[in-house]
Design a protein around this ligand. Structure first.
Ligand SMILES: Cc1cc2nc3c(=O)[nH]c(=O)nc-3n(C[C@H](O)[C@H](O)[C@H](O)COP(=O)(O)O)c2cc1C
Length: 183
């Protein structure tokens, strides 16, 4: 029998993201690793209620989800170390506005522009349920068929138990190919 650690948040690694939102005419950025997928057309962004960015998201009902590679990890880490309540983070990244008006980090390999369609409240967190309006990808991370190539993109990952960053490893095979292999 495996050792029972009790109630441990252990569903890791998750991708590291920088959530962007407009604070009037300036962006603000927050590192978020508690994100998720709901069905085939919704994503979830889980934010502690006191964070600065929450009010900006609620005013606009829009946010951007920026994936992180090692090239922007230093700036990303910084956005998780200070709050926009005390420090203006608008200059941390170069950005452009997406078609829906969310800030898109120029050096992020992939950015999704999202609209908030619902909020799931738990005692200390509000989790924004979002639809995806646009997906901006650096062309170097598209394969010959125009699909996103996560083998080159190599998103930075996060795990809470020892509070570390990881990165994705090697491709080990195509989905549903293993069930077809003989024993
Ligand atoms: C590795 C890492 C992951 C984090 N993940 C989350 C998260 O999933 N949700 C959250 O609310 N805060 C998370 N944080 C904390 C916020 O990024 C941090 O408190 C930030 O300063 C809040 O900024 P704001 O007040 O400007 O929004 C994380 C921080 C780090 C360093």
């Amino acid at each position: 029998m495996k050792k029972n650690l009790g109630s441990v948040l252990a569903l890791y690694p998750t991708p590291v993201t920088v959530i962007g939102a407009m604070n009037n005419d300036k962006p603000t950025w927050t590192l978020v690793a508690h994100i998720g997928i709901i069905g085939h057309d919704r994503v979830l962004v889980s934010l502690a209620k006191p964070h600065f960015i929450n009010e900006c998201i609620k005013k606009t009902n829009k946010l951007s989800i920026n994936l992180v590679d090692e090239g922007i990890l230093k700036e990303t880490d910084y956005t998780g170390s200070v709050s926009g309540k005390k420090t203006d983070k608008s200059n941390v990244f170069e950005y452009e506005l997406g078609e829906k008006g969310t800030p898109v980090i120029s050096k992020s390999p992939l950015t999704m522009e999202c609209s908030v369609v619902d909020t799931y409240n738990t005692p200390n967190f509000e989790s924004f349920i979002c639809t995806i309006d646009n997906t901006y990808v650096s062309e170097e991370h598209l394969d010959d068929n125009g699909k996103i190539n996560y083998n080159t993109l190599k998103p930075v990952l996060f795990e809470f138990p020892t509070y570390q960053y990881l990165k994705t490893g090697d491709v080990i095979g195509k989905c549903l190919s293993f069930s077809k292999k003989g024993k």
